[in-house]
Design a protein around this ligand. Sequence first.
Ligand code: 5AD
Ligand code: SF4
Length: 481
Amino acid sequence: MADINSGHTVFLETFGCQMNVLDSELVLGDLRAAGYAPAHRPDHADVILINTCSVRQRAEAKVLSRLGELKWLKQRRPELIIGVMGCMAERDAEGILEQAPHVDVICGPGELGRIRQLIEQARGNGKAAVAVTRDQMRRVPVARRATNDGLEALDRSRRPAREGPLIQAYIRVQRGCDKFCSYCVVPFVRGPERSRPPAHIVDEAKRLADAGTVEITLLGQTVNSYAYEQDGRIIRLPALLERVHEIDGVRRLRFVTSFPGDFDEAILHAMRDLPKVCEYLHLPVQSGSDRILRSMRRGGTVGQYDELIDRARDIVPGLTLAGDFIVGFPGETEGDFQATCDLVRRTRYKNIFVFKYSPRPGTLAARKIADDVPMVVKRRRNHELLAIQSEISSDQNAALVGSLVEVLVEGYSKAAIKAQKMNQSQPTHLGWRSQTQLTGRTRGDQIVVFEGSPDLIGQLATIEVISTTDLTLHGRLAEAV
Ligand code: 5AD
Ligand code: SF4
């Protein structure tokens, strides 16, 4: 394609999950290759893109309100291109155009390989350019589903960021989802489950590692069901982990998000046997009540989840767990909710994400079951569950005081960045010269704050834990690894 857009600037705002963060990175890379410069403010850009999330109604409401704010910019500068990409674009292109007729581009997550072309088209004829996918593939066995060429090309075109290497990078290993949990919009907006070719993933990991990436997180909606058929054999997640593990330069490897229903024990063995694979699992269960799990169509029971956790902890010493919960699912009684509280108490997660049920148009739950738990009750359950977890996190973190943890140093701490902004100077020197407050994560994904030299950023360091809260470990540098 010709270099059509030299001289243009783009501002991209991302809502939603890690998959969206990765999509945004790829789209920005693609536009940069076409001559776009990134703008740091919407009013400095001539293309504004919003990467959207549909998983809850609130996420969509935020996008609509942002689009409302952008209307006046478009009125002042009619040549401005405003684009909506991602899950909400796929779910409700018509609705967006109705509520925000000043939008020029609508691009679903399955069409992002065409975003440049869509921008050009909208600029050329002044009409909204819309690309959404209604992908039909679900009858083909999962491991044989072809990856969409345009999208695969976008993943393959990934270039190292200009601002310097990514210390941690996501790599997509899978698109879409086939589970159709009754509340979830993802299978509708991201399409059927498809795994990417292992060679492409390994190649991407190598290129990232060469550019300085230390930690790689393999991303999939149900990453543990990764399956790719090659030469009559099916390559699954453990084999993929082994291949990425071999790459020099990669020092840590993670994979998210896992679905409890498909969890093969071989994955746990890979976690135990491959030293770079971190002892961390994001394994959402959503509810501690079998009755609710059935209604959510999660395809498993609380007892099976408990057994999986026990097995995982037996096989992988030091495993930390994160979970997702939905409170106020239709029909959730106080008894169901207490069963969820009990599950959280006995599972002892590192952290949990709690969401108030939000009916999503088109999903089974939204079509068949009334959203009958009042908002005040949802809110109360949300707080109660988080309070239970907060106590558990505080206790678990306090038990780490005095121990040594391996930390991948990610950058300046929030406090250091804030102080830096206020001073408009070099990163804050909190202690003595060349020392600043840094932050990083343990292998178990705990956040650690400590003082050290900025040279440590991107390195592994050993930190002695001195004090803790429910969310953070504070420590002192013992040594750089
Ligand atoms: N309402 C509330 N939370 C939801 N999630 C997915 N769909 C909904 C919904 N309709 C939550 C689940 C999932 C996380 C990404 O978002 O907990 O794991
Ligand atoms: Fe949604 Fe269930 Fe698929 Fe997760 S596994 S993306 S909750 S449908």
